[in-house]
Design a protein around this ligand. Sequence first.
Ligand code: ADP
Ligand code: MG
Length: 681
Amino acid sequence: MKDKPVILIVDDQPQDIELLEAHLVPQGYEIVKAASGEEALEKLSSNQIELILLDVLMPPGMDGFEVTRRIRRDTAHRLIPIILITALQETEDRVKGIEAGCDDFLSKPLDKMELFARVRSLLQVKAYNDLMNDYQIELEAMVTSRTEELRHALEDLQQEITERKLLEDLLKESEVRYRRLFETASDGVLLLEKREGNIFLANPATTKLLGYSEDEITGKVLKDVGFPDDFDTIQEILQKLEKDGIVNFEDTPLKKKNGQCVDTDIYMVDKAILIQCNIRDVTERKRAEDEKEKLQAQLHQAQKMESVGRLAGGVAHDFNNMLGVILGHTEFALEKAKENHDLHADLKEIQSAARRSADLTKQLLAFARKQIIAPKMLDLNDIVESILNMLRRLIGEDINLSWNPGKGVCPVKMDPSQVDQILANLCVNARDAIEGVGKLTIETGMKTFDQEYCADHAGFIPGDFVVLAVSDDGCGMDKMTLNHLFEPFFTTKDVGKGTGLGLATVYGIVKQNNGFINVYSEPDQGTTVRIYLPRCVAADEIPAVIHPHKPDPTGNETVLLVEDEPAILRMTRMMLERMGYSVIPAGTPAEAIDLAKTHADKIHLLMTDVVMPEMNGRDLAKHLTALYPDIKLLFMSGYTTNVIAHQGVLDKKVAFIQKPFSMKDLAEKVREVLDKASSIR
Ligand code: ADP
Ligand code: MG
């Protein structure tokens, strides 16, 4: 609004306008003039008019009523107060003016004071109306914008509802599919809500896997239902999910409700407001892997033992031959150097050292499974009992030996001397493990293992077994020792005390007899060694234990002696001749055949080495049997890969002597063979 209110004066009589102007200007009003209605309407649109003083009769133009009507029709000016000025005093005119829309009247001639009063009051009304009008406009604008906002909101809502509906339909459809997958999946599927990681839904595979019911699981967090600590905070998982889209946990052990453990692979994926957690039971797979690993390890161990065995067997064979020579010549020398001779004591020492060495090589051969054995049907209890006294002497008085034989007979088929070897080795080990006073227990019994048991216990073989267990309360063993236990030359004992061959021997013997060994031991907790030998079913053989002792027998028969090792040939020849036999020595099978052909008299016995360069002992025997059908046969061997003894097991009908042999061994064996009925060779 301007400082001065502007009044538009409309009159066709200039002097009337001037008069009004003369009155109003001093009152502080600005005046705009118009000589006709038309001009008035024009001026109105170009000026900010506050009030109009309007003459009624303005011929020939529009009269004041018409001008009023037009102004009122125009919304921009409808609030401007209009005062009609007229000379007419008729009521009729006033009614007409009010109907046209004017606000007040002034009569000519004008009263100055009345003019001022009416103008002032109408300007006040106008100001008030303007204010109200502004307010109303503002209000209207406000209402309009709020309405607009609401309308938008409504539209959005509508759209959302439509979208939602669409989504719901889609969801419903995929939900049916998802549900079916969820219910029938073999993998566990859990849906977790994201805020706290609570379980929202669990499929049947999960409840089965974990052993909790659906009710027990729902609402819980993962660590409450057996998940490990990695799953404590869902936030960490969420962060990873955000970064990688998927989170994997491999080989995760879950604890079932009953306390059992299951190995699982777990992966999680982001599913909008939920996390989907898939759980796969990999116990079977892991078990198979472990099993494979175990078998691999066993195979490695077996291969190692096998190659070490071959090596040991080879060395032992040659070494054994030499020992035979040493022992034989020592025996001769001892005969010449009687007890009062200077050399007698030294020779005795040589003999005992050589015997000990022969025992060692015997153990190596046992380990290499190259020991020639004559298995018999035995009752293990009888054998153990027969050597208990010997074992007691071996372990000394400080160790209490208890013997708990299993009920009834424990039938095994093996060489009784091998049982002695096993027990002696195990008892010596027990003795060494016990410092001072202790306890040693020998037990026997029967045991049957089925496939299932063996699947869970590495190294066990299904079948019926006789068990021989030797336990001690000694120092026990650590893991490292347990791992190397059966290796030849593995020992934790001081030089000179242990050879590391004891358990290697036991291993070889047990393997040779198709059994297996189980050792249970922990440091300071003692040790139990269990030997499982196949239970023998055929009860047609009588157990034999006793080895008879007779004076050295002699004879005068002719012996064809074949041996490719000259030292042994010489020594054996000397032994036989001492016993009274005539000896035809031959260094090769060919020589032997020649000699046999040219020999005039009867040859009673062929005594031959088994392994020789050109022809083995068995083939030589065949040749000679053709020449001399009555000839008796005695094989001797250095125990290596053996033609006679297939896999080391002696053919029952074949006579055999193991190197090195003493004079006494040889005398007995030769006599035994010569005295046998000729049908048995
Ligand atoms: P050696 O007795 O000559 O050392 P073995 O082959 O008999 O050789 O035994 C190998 C190793 O196994 C021993 O040195 C010892 O460490 C361990 N061992 C065997 N038996 C027992 C046992 N009963 N208690 C504790 N340790 C044993
Ligand atoms: Mg030992």
